[in-house]
Design a binder for this molecule. Structure first.
Ligand SMILES: [Zn+2]
Ligand SMILES: [Zn+2]
Length: 410
């Protein structure tokens, strides 16, 4: 009965509440609250000493913070009044007083069964918060990993900070016209300030996939900003066809999380006027952003290719067969200023095509994600090997490129 001796020592040390007393023995027994554990020890102590087992109205350990939980929870709720959420979490910064008490307890009243004070405060705040919500007919549960709202209570300064987690939505986009970048691209000349080159828009291109998709989400969610995270990106001058490219939209500080995705789809597709289309919208877990960004899916491309001199049909077929297999590709010259310069090995699985004229062909490739198709055709001054140009012995360049399909399993 070692713990009883320790419990009695604590009771003799000064006024302590049931919860703070019981917390020193939190790992004893199952299905008990710390208040119940503390109460049990206090009753035995009263029997031992012939006194009344009354809980004192103050406590030198928590200094009354546990009884202030309801008031703190009420303030927390006011902070998120305008926000829709289904999950929450409280975190606590102890005051220097509480930290000193915790250290003192550990030294003078050591217990292998103890729990930290934070845990009881977090629990008390969480329970009070749930009860306040229930009184309004609302419902939310604690989520330790990805809470929609997270409160940090500073017991020293008395402040409460709230972090509203972004809302995430998965979808796929089709880009039906050329000349649209995936995301907003600041003007190269003025870096976004506005100049004659960009017609004072600050942008290289009048719009982007992101600018065509994001506003409908921001408005529906009442968000304060957001991003479109694409699973890779096609060139500005390439179309994105088939079932489209996967993306995740992230909406910052959303006021609403349950939104009508059918209405958002309809609005985007109407307002993007045949430039961009979205499909398969659904709510997404936060970790899908990483998975979408890291996606290395195979892709099917169609390209129109121009040759510097006439090519025979037979030679084209031989060259295309020669492209199937491993391709060693150095980072293309055109992206070397923003990507690490290294040689990657990527695979071409299928290469088919036909001549449209002696100096023009239409070709289709099925290849690994991350393979640059324009360079697969041109050779990129020897950076890509083998290449269509190298195998044909004439200069070749892509004049039109379409992504026909992104073959992922998202
Ligand atoms: Zn206490
Ligand atoms: Zn400019």
């Amino acid at each position: 009965m070692d713990y009883l001796v320790r419990g009695f020592e604590l009771l003799a040390a000064g006024p302590i509440c049931d919860t703070c007393l019981g917390r020193r023995f939190a790992k004893l027994g199952k299905g008990l609250t710390n208040a119940e554990r503390g109460r049990a020890i206090r009753i035995l102590w009263a029997m031992e000493n012939g006194t009344e087992p009354a809980e004192p109205d103050r406590c030198w350990v928590c200094d009354g913070v546990l009884t202030r939980a309801v008031e703190l929870a009420r303030r927390a709720l006011e902070l998120v009044r305008d926000y829709e959420f289904e999950t929450f979490l409280f975190g606590v910064h102890l005051s220097p007083y509480h930290e000193a008490v915790e250290a003192f307890l550990k030294r003078r009243f050591p217990s292998p069964w103890a729990e930290p004070l934070q845990r009881d405060i977090n629990r008390a705040l969480g329970r009070a918060f749930e009860r306040l919500l229930a009184a309004e007919g609302r419902n939310a549960t604690v989520d330790f990993r990805h809470p929609h709202v997270r409160f940090t209570v500073d017991l020293w300064k008395g402040g409460i900070e709230v972090h509203i987690a972004p809302a995430y939505f998965y979808g796929r986009y089709r880009k039906l016209v050329r000349g649209i970048p995936q995301t907003h691209w600041p003007c190269r000349e003025c870096r976004g300030r506005g100049c004659a080159r960009c017609n004072y828009t600050g942008k290289m291109y009048p719009t982007s996939v992101e600018e065509l998709i994001l506003p409908a989400f921001l408005e529906a969610c009442g968000g304060e900003g957001g991003h479109l995270h694409g699973a890779g990106r096609e060139d500005v001058d390439a179309r994105m066809l088939g079932r489209g490219r996967p993306f995740v939209v992230e909406v910052e500080r959303p006021r609403r999380r349950r939104v009508d995705l059918a209405a958002i789809t309809e609005r985007i597709n109407r307002e993007a006027e045949g430039k961009v289309e979205v499909l398969d919208l659904r709510p997404a877990p936060p970790d899908l952003v990483r998975r979408v960004k890291d996606l290395r899916a195979r892709k099917r491309y169609r390209a129109l290719v121009a040759f510097s001199s006439p090519v025979e049909g037979e030679a084209l077929q031989r060259a295309l067969r020669g492209l199937v297999g491993e391709i060693r590709q150095r980072t293309p010259i055109r992206v070397r200023h923003r990507r690490a310069d290294l040689v990657r090995v990527r695979r071409v699985y299928e290469a088919n095509g036909k001549l449209l004229s002696p100096t023009e062909a239409e070709v289709e490739f099925l290849c690994d994600g991350g393979l640059y198709v324009k360079e697969l055709v041109s050779g990129d001054e020897g950076g890509t090997h083998p290449s269509l140009s190298e195998l044909l012995g004439v200069e070749a360049r892509v004049t039109e490129l379409d992504v026909l399909e992104v073959l992922d399993d998202l």
